[in-house]
Ligand binder design. Structure first.
Ligand code: HEC
Ligand code: HEC
Length: 277
C-alpha cells in the first residue's frame, strides 16, 4: 500500500510539474502577442498597469463604450462617475447597499437597477429599471478582477483616489488571453456570432436580453431581408420608431459591424434575423 501511495504521489508531482511548465515555462513565440505575463500575474502588477487593464476592458471586451459614449446619448458619460457617486448615494431614489464610491460603481455594474440615472431607465418603469446588463454575466461576463480594474480606471479618470486593491493571485484576464492569442475563426452558428459581436447587449436576440434597441426575436415578420441587411450595414439609414427604452435614437447602434464580420458571417446573421418570426 505504501509503495502504491508513493507511486501515486510521484506521478502526481510529475504531472503537476509538466502542467505548470506547459502553462508558465514555455516562452511565448508569437512576436505580436501582447505582454500576457503581467495579466496572468496580478501580484506583480503596478497600479498603473491595473488601471491600463481597466481602460482596455472598458473600451473593449467590457462593451461599455457601446452605450457609454458621447454619440448615442442613451447612457450617461462616465468620466466623472466616481465623483458623482456620493451624490447618487444621497438621492432618495437610491435603493442599493453601497457606502463608498468604489462600492457604488461596482453595484452599478452588477445590479444596474439599484440606482437608475434620471431619464435613462427602461421606458414605462419611471426610472426604476436600468437597460444596462449585469456585466459579470452573459455575453460580457467580466470576472471580479476585471470589474475592479474598470473601477480603478473610472476612479483615476475622475481624478479621484483609486481605492480598489489589485487582487493577488486571481487568474484575471484568462479569457482575454485566450481571445488575443487564438486566431479569430469565423463563427459557425448565428448564436455564436451574435454573442461575439455583442448585439445582445442592446437587443433581445438569440437568447440574449438587451433592451436598448428593438426586440429582434420576430423581426423577420416585420421587416424584409433587404431592410435587415441595410440596418446592420448602415444603422442610421432607417431609424426604428419604438425601442423598449423609449423612441429609438440614431447613433446608438455601432456603425462598424461591416468591418467586424466576414461576408459569410454577415449572410448567416441576416438570414437568421429574416427567419426569426
Ligand atoms: C446596453 C448599454 C450599456 C452597456 C453595455 C453598459 N452600460 Fe452602464 N449604463 C447604461 C445606462 C443606460 C445607464 C444609466 C441607467 C442606470 O443608472 O443604470 C448606465 C449606468 C452606469 C453606471 C452608473 C452611472 C451613474 O452616474 O450613476 C455605471 C458606473 C456604469 N453604467 C458602468 C458601466 C460599465 C463599466 C460598463 C462596461 C463594463 C457598462 N456600464 C456597460 C447602459 C449600459
Ligand atoms: C449599442 C446598442 C446596439 C448594439 C450593440 C446593436 N444595436 Fe441594433 N439597434 C440599436 C438601436 C438603438 C436601434 C434602433 C435605431 C435604429 O434603427 O438604428 C437598432 C436597430 C437595429 C435593427 C433594425 C430594427 C428595425 O426594426 O428597424 C437591426 C436589424 C439591428 N439593430 C441589428 C443589430 C445586430 C445584428 C447587432 C449586432 C451585430 C446590433 N443590432 C447591435 C442598438 C444597438
Amino acid at each position: 500500500m505504501r509503495t502504491f501511495l508513493k507511486v501515486v504521489g510521484f506521478s502526481f508531482c510529475v504531472i503537476l510539474f509538466y502542467a505548470l511548465y506547459a502553462s508558465y515555462g514555455i516562452p511565448q513565440v508569437k512576436p505580436e502577442a501582447p505582454p500576457v505575463e503581467e495579466k496572468l500575474n496580478l501580484g506583480s502588477m503596478t497600479m498603473d498597469q491595473f488601471i491600463a487593464l481597466g481602460d482596455k476592458i472598458f473600451n473593449g471586451k467590457g462593451t461599455c463604450t457601446l452605450c457609454h459614449n458621447p454619440v448615442g446619448g442613451r447612457a450617461p458619460i462616465l468620466d466623472s462617475v466616481a465623483s458623482m457617486a456620493m451624490e447618487h448615494l444621497k438621492d432618495p431614489r437610491y435603493k442599493g447597499k453601497a457606502k463608498t464610491s468604489e462600492e457604488y460603481i461596482k453595484e452599478s455594474m452588477v445590479i444596474p437597477s439599484a440606482f437608475v440615472v434620471a431619464g435613462f431607465g427602461v421606458k414605462g418603469t419611471n426610472d426604476t429599471e436600468s437597460p444596462m446588463p449585469n456585466v459579470t454575466t452573459g455575453a460580457i461576463g467580466l470576472n471580479e478582477a476585471e470589474v475592479d480594474a474598470v473601477i480603478a480606471y473610472l476612479q483615476k479618470k475622475a481624478g479621484q483616489e483609486v481605492t480598489v486593491k489589485i487582487p493577488t493571485g486571481a487568474p484575471a484576464g484568462k479569457d482575454e488571453k485566450a481571445a488575443e492569442t487564438a486566431p479569430a475563426s469565423p463563427a459557425k452558428k448565428p448564436e455564436e456570432l451574435v454573442a461575439k459581436l455583442g448585439c445582445g447587449v442592446c437587443h433581445k436576440i438569440a437568447g440574449q436580453p438587451g433592451v436598448l434597441g428593438p426586440d429582434l426575436t420576430k423581426i423577420g415578420a416585420a421587416r424584409k431581408e433587404d431592410y435587415i441587411r441595410r440596418a446592420v450595414l448602415d444603422p442610421d439609414a432607417d431609424i426604428a420608431k419604438q425601442c423598449p427604452t423609449g423612441p429609438c435614437l440614431p447613433g446608438v447602434m455601432p456603425k462598424d459591424y461591416k468591418d467586424k464580420m466576414t461576408a459569410g458571417e454577415f449572410e448567416m446573421l441576416v438570414k437568421f434575423m429574416a427567419n426569426s418570426k
